[in-house]
Design a protein around this ligand. Structure first.
Ligand SMILES: Cc1ncc(COP(=O)(O)O)c(C=O)c1O
Length: 371
């Protein structure tokens, strides 16, 4: 294993079918290895601008798109600190581990936080959302698009208008779906739509991005104790004035993201990319059914970027994962309370159907031996 990972010439030779970090194509790695000017230079600003404009296209928005030197959790915390005032309440919809994490961020930042959750495997339906919103007045609502622990995709297109009707600001964690699933930010009125780049963008970890509405910026101006590193106002000011970040960003990552956005928008094309992810999801679900396994999510809400599969055959999952590793592929066990009860196959980023087919065939043989 160590030999595979620390190959001095080539780096890790494992093929990742994980829910992030994911496989990074050679062309992106090469792009990231190129030299750069400093983050206060004109060439950097040009690169930053390309990222911002590319993200606007990807997210169907005119809102500014900001760059954060952190993983997605950093922007989740920024949303809480920047948007909820002392005398206000935030509502956290949770359908799994990452929804629970956002609520915990609310609580640990001393914000008045309310969690409304459903049994894992289920989505937040429009009815559930409406009922929760009727209970109280919420200033900000936080919700996942794709919940990576359960493999459920919330019906965001139906739930977002209900949240907006309540008058709350809407923050969406699109960490494991942005750049793989269509999210129309302006049409849905999303105030902050965030993600890190080690998932559907197929970049190494270390960078996160979000769109931010004028309403969210205006709100942040009224909120005290926003902190410094993740202050929306400071980030937006520097972004608008100079296409820069207030502190030193991971410039190679931003170079890689520039190249990836160019590829996504102008080589593969958005519609084709979303369609490919849909096919990857469908293909994995068909394979699951053929093996007499069951999907963990409620039917109709399965994610197209990560499949969470029930361990209905009572397989030794750690053994299955390690046997697959010996063949050069990595998938992962269930997350949190779903360890050994489920396992997860990531199919996002630059994974092609033929790559998935090859891996699933090997995995099917392993499962048949383990049964
Ligand atoms: C839905 C979701 N939200 C948030 C996170 C946290 O992301 P990061 O590790 O980039 O902070 C993840 C990571 O897997 C995720 O899948």
């Amino acid at each position: 294993m160590t030999d595979i990972h620390f190959d001095k010439e080539k780096g890790s030779q494992l093929k990742l079918f994980t829910p992030g970090p994911v496989h990074v194509p050679e062309r992106v790695l090469k792009e990231m290895a190129k030299p750069n000017d400093t983050h206060r230079s004109k060439p950097y600003s040009e690169m930053h601008q390309l990222v911002a404009e590319g993200l606007q296209k990807l997210l169907y928005t005119k809102n500014e798109c900001l760059i954060f030197t952190s993983s997605a959790t950093g922007i989740m915390e920024a949303c809480v600190r920047n948007l909820v005032k002392e005398d206000e309440k935030g509502l956290f919809f949770s359908i799994g581990a990452f929804g629970d994490r956002w609520y915990e961020i609310g609580v640990t930042n001393g914000k008045n936080s309310v969690k409304e959750g459903v049994e894992w495997g289920n989505p937040i339906t429009p009815e559930f959302a409406q009922e929760a919103l009727n209970k109280d007045k919420y200033a900000v609502v936080f919700i996942q698009a794709n919940e990576t622990s359960t493999g459920v995709y919330n019906p965001i297109d139906e739930v977002a208008p209900i949240i907006k009707d309540s008058g709350a600001l809407l923050c969406i964690d699109a960490t494991s779906s942005m750049a793989g699933v269509k999210i129309e930010v302006d049409k849905l009125g999303i105030d902050v739509c965030l993600a890190s780049v080690q998932k559907c963008f197929a970049l190494p970890p270390g960078l996160a991005v979000c769109s931010i509405s004028d309403a969210a910026v205006e709100k942040a101006e009224q909120v005290k104790n926003r902190g410094l590193y993740f202050d929306f106002i400071g980030l937006k000011k520097r972004h608008v004035a100079k296409y820069q970040t207030p502190t030193t960003p991971p410039i190679p990552q931003i170079r890689g993201l520039t190249a990836q956005l160019e590829y996504i928008l102008n080589v593969e094309g958005l519609e084709k990319r979303f369609e490919r992810h849909e096919q990857l999801g469908k293909h994995t679900r068909k394979w699951t059914e053929d093996l007499n396994l069951e999907m963990f999510p409620e039917k109709g809400y399965e994610s197209n970027t990560v499949s969470t599969i029930k361990n209905s055959l009572d397989l030794d999952i750690p053994k299955m994962v390690s046997l697959l590793l010996e063949k050069g592929y990595r998938i992962v066990n269930g997350y949190g309370q779903l360890v050994n009860k489920t396992f997860r196959i990531g199919h996002m980023g630059e994974i092609q159907i033929k790559d998935l087919e090859k891996m699933l065939k090997v995995l099917a043989d392993i499962i048949s031996d383990l049964k």
